[in-house]
Write a protein that binds this ligand. Structure first.
Ligand SMILES: [Zn+2]
Length: 106
């Protein structure tokens, strides 16, 4: 078996390198909105977080998103994102389990 190259990204909260599909992308769009991007395809500057609320909370505490997105992120935005994060977590996990084999983008 030859090793398959899995794209890795770093979680901005815990600094762990993880396969992209294990991470949730937060994007700052060109019109400066900050939102969760489950498709991973929105344009803009992205930051990756483990698909865990605990990592989001860590990012909030350490203001990791401010640094990763090079923009100050207000407490309001963190709160909104946290709600979204909790909402998408189930969907994210379900999606991850649906794609069990390693096909997909390479
Ligand atoms: Zn993490």
């Amino acid at each position: 078996m030859r090793p398959r190259k899995i794209p890795l990204r770093k979680c901005v909260a815990c600094q762990e390198m993880m396969p992209k599909k294990e991470l949730i992308r937060v994007v700052r769009t060109p019109d400066e909105q900050i939102m969760i991007d489950l498709t991973g395809k929105k344009s803009g500057r992205g930051a990756y977080l483990c698909g865990k609320v605990s990592c989001f909370k860590l990012a909030k505490k350490s203001k990791a998103l401010d640094r990763a997105l090079k923009q100050s992120v207000s407490a309001d935005i963190y709160d909104t994102l946290e709600q979204d994060f909790i909402r998408v977590e189930d969907e994210f996990i379900a999606h991850k389990e649906a794609v069990t084999d390693d096909e997909g983008e390479s």
